[in-house]
Design a protein around this ligand. Sequence first.
Ligand code: BGC
Length: 734
Amino acid sequence: MKAKAVTALRCAIVMGMCTWVGASLAQPAAQPWSNVSLAPDARARLLLAQLTQDEKFQLIRSYYGGPDRPANNPVPKGSLGSAGYVPGIPRLGIPALQESDAGLGVASSDRIRAGHYATPLPAGPVTAASWDPQVAFRGGAMIGGEAHSNGFNVLLAGGINLMREPRNGRNFEYAGEDPLLAGAIVGAAVGGVESAHVISTIKHYALNDQETARDTINVEIGEQAMRESDLLAFELAIERGKPGSVMCSYNKLNGDWACENDYLLNQVLKRDWHYPGFVMSDWGGTHSAAKAVNAGLDQESAGEVFDKQVYFDAPLRDALAKGEVKQARVDDMVLRILRSMFAAGVFEHPAQPSPIDEVANLAVARQTLEAGAVLLRNQQGLLPLDVGKLGSVAVIGAHADKGVLAGGGSSLVSAKGGNAVPGLAPAGWPGPVMYHPYAPLKALREAAPKANIQFAEGNDVAAAAALAAKSDVAVVFVQKWAAESVDATDLSLPDAQNALVAAVAKANPRTVVVLENGGPVTMPWLDQVGAVLEVWYPGGDAGHAIADLLTGKVNPSGRLPLSWPRDVSQLPRPALPGAGGGTPPASVDYGIEGADVGYRWYQSRGIKPLFPFGYGLSYTSFSHGSLKVSAQGHQLEATLELSNTGTRAGAEVAQVYVQLPGAKARRLAAFTKVNLQPGEHRQLTIPLEPRLLAHFDTTTHRWVVPGGSYSVAEGHSSAELGTPVVVQLKPGAL
Ligand code: BGC
């Protein structure tokens, strides 16, 4: 141990450029911050004391590394050419920060090295639909590990904007509409990334729930409403996952840019939540020096390319000289960055190019889809397809012979093998439209080698219907591409896909529809088809997972992390002005639904969506035993027995909802997912999250439980609940 420390010290002094590789408890006095037995804050303070003012300024801004940057403004040497780069300080062993997008894997479009590939996770709603934080953790650890093995120590991963707007082009990066579920899932994913010694970046803070006019729009919402919805999701995820950084968003919130919003950054994140990490701006999200810094922004991202000017250099130095910003605040910014680096272990575990276990990582992606695909409809046991008896199958549409669709924008991952369907428009941002090369057709043929499986592209509706008519079963793949920076103008499937499904179903009622989409779509043909399987953008090795789900090797166990509206007329804002063109409005009113996002909106208005939040079918059946609720002060526990009453192994989610005194809607307050063998019973005890029993009091800034009768109910979805148990609670602050 000692020898190692001495060698490392010599290396630092003589070469002036070594980073600390191996940690040692016997630390040289010259670099006491290398002592891993000290807390990250203490280490950061020791290191901060060594920095010159210029070095501090070096750490509080990042550079853009992508190829589409101004020629007269070259990226500093050392950048890997990704979304963000902060040069290191070799004399003190501070490694550079190499930042890569994003939440579904190491992004590798033309923004990063040509020829680079990574393992794509399925879309965020798939992970959320697993209702299993362990699945989310494994996914986060996998993409974090790949980032680390590519030399990255910051992943811009941790998307958690709630689905207020089903047309939002980035819903596929997020985790649905519910604060508890999203908080648990994204928190676990963030924890997974950090476990790989990579700083995770929860984003986009906050209320950036639509892409239309994302960098001009002012979101209007009351304090209580946001604390009980979008901010609660962040609060829970930050608590659970401990991300090293938070990315503030493009939009304004109640009049101030999110990245210079004192309420969001100073008051909520840093004061109320005691967040010790740093806040980085979204790319183009910094609008000032003094105001942003004093409001709590710690690092300006890629300002030389995306902001009007680099605010966190000359303008900030001026503001400091004029006394508009205090030196202590600049020190705090640096301290937070260093602290997150120590907390994630980026000093002791330098990110360096190293081999990746592609097979194991692909298995993580595949298992995520197997846990999160949602069976939305299954008439007369059409699914699972019986491989032994399967005669002929028509596979139709969505390039299922070549691959599976991915969402577009900065999160896009290029999988090994590249784009299976190159050349689709748009080729430029937020494209390219990418199909990952995991073809369901090939996988189905492997799963059912004796069956006669033919493919029709689906462009020729009559030909597809003719193939379906002469097949035992038709499996129609339909898709809707979604991408960052654009919202959908409506919820319909594009092109002639509705006509295609209707014609195929008419030709053969034994029609299964597989959906590849970023969010809910209308299904005018729903009553005519036998089964619908939702796989969203299904990611790595999706073909095999889809084949196993369709043939019953894997029993679907995903449950919707979002409500599925019948059409836009059911939404709080049926119109989305500015989407698809036209002048967008200056502001959007999220006070319409307030904290009642998703199912709470539908319940409070007595609206029945097409599929409720929490919904999903299985190839087996479950019974939910009677619910008991015990209370110790404001700590509630739900106890019940879950049984698998069918003939196949499967997983069920116990979902516990609570209705506060006087409320019209219920709130998810606890859940757990269990695997059950046929005939197996399991006794479950699940603690309820106390903040879901409370209101956020804007005067005292505390969660306060109103006194009165609480109705607690458990069931299979938000709309299929057993007999409620009523519990009396005394009023009080948490
Ligand atoms: C996106 C972020 C992303 C950043 C860097 C922005 O346009 O909103 O999510 O991390 O670009 O690529």
